[in-house]
Design a protein around this ligand. Structure first.
Ligand SMILES: Nc1ncnc2c1ncn2[C@@H]1O[C@H](COP(=O)(O)OP(=O)(O)OP(=O)(O)O)[C@@H](O)[C@H]1O
Length: 255
């Protein structure tokens, strides 16, 4: 299975984006709001055409979960999911999953909570038995416990077959740990593509804010030393662990 994105551009949004996805890939596509992540996913899923460049697909069966809800509010969970599956073994597997996830399959989809809807959207995507899952901020606004349940299920899906792969967007730093590759885009251009270890290695861990200045360091000790060396220790300053926005801000500064 292989998907290749070849120098795709979209006027004012994307500039010659190229990358490929192969068996077993777990790719986190990250970047600030409006950087073009959803546009890339839309082009991959043929929901949008690029203004130039092209996407090639070999032996790939994709399913996507986008931020907007495409399921039918008037149908039950069962009806929404099982319109896609006919195989009785797959149906009982899905029923078992829903029981484990404490989702009442007879409930009308509109009556589910936001988190439950995300779980059902995800289950519906895997019900089609894809070998590549495209997930656009699947866990946005979801509580920690539900996120962990969703990720357990994504990992089950990946472990189920060595070919299975995911391409996902997220704004959560801890979700980068689920990736084996990171693609970082900003203003529609790829700024980093490579393994997670290298990305994290060149990512500072600590942010020092003082007098409207910001500096990043690898350790709190380095930050404290800086405040002493530069005599900012008497002034107001704050040292905290970097979060996802800090990480993006730091990468943007390097560019
Ligand atoms: N239907 C549309 N018509 C015109 N411009 C659009 C449309 N959808 C998105 N854009 C623009 O394309 C750019 C990229 O949007 P996109 O949704 O791909 O970003 P994103 O990285 O997914 O952002 P987020 O993290 O906020 O979801 C933005 O500047 C946005 O305003």
């Amino acid at each position: 299975m292989k998907l290749s994105v070849n120098e795709i551009s979209k006027k004012k949004v994307l500039h010659e984006i190229s990358f490929s996805i192969v068996d077993g890939d777990r790719i986190a596509l990250i970047g600030p709001n409006g950087s073009g992540k959803t546009t890339i996913l839309n082009i991959i899923m043929d929901l949008m055409s690029p203004s130039s460049g092209y996407v090639t697909k070999e032996n790939i069966k994709m399913s996507a979960v986008f931020q907007n809800n495409i399921l039918d509010n008037d149908l039950t969970v069962y009806q929404n999911i099982f319109c896609r599956i006919k195989d009785p073994v797959a149906i009982s597997y899905m029923m078992e999953k829903m029981k484990l996830l404490r989702i009442d399959s007879h409930l009308q989809y509109s009556k589910l909570s936001g988190g439950q809807k995300r779980i059902v959207n995800f289950l519906r995507a895997i019900a089609a038995n894809p070998n590549c899952l495209i997930l656009d901020e699947l866990t946005a606004g979801i509580d920690l416990e539900t996120r962990q349940i969703i990720w357990r299920n994504i990992n089950d899906y990946l472990d189920n077959h060595s070919e299975n792969c995911i391409l996902y967007t997220t704004h959560l730093l801890d979700e980068l740990n689920n990736a084996n590759k990171i693609i970082f885009i900003s203003s529609g251009t790829i700024r980093y593509i490579g393994n997670v270890e290298n990305f994290m290695k060149s990512t500072p861990k600590v942010k020092l804010t003082f007098n409207n200045n910001v500096k990043y360091f690898n350790t709190s000790n380095d930050a404290i030393k800086f405040t002493i060396d530069h005599k900012v220790s008497d002034e107001y300053f704050e040292i905290k662990k970097v979060n996802y926005s800090d990480l993006l801000e730091n990468w943007e500064r390097k560019i």
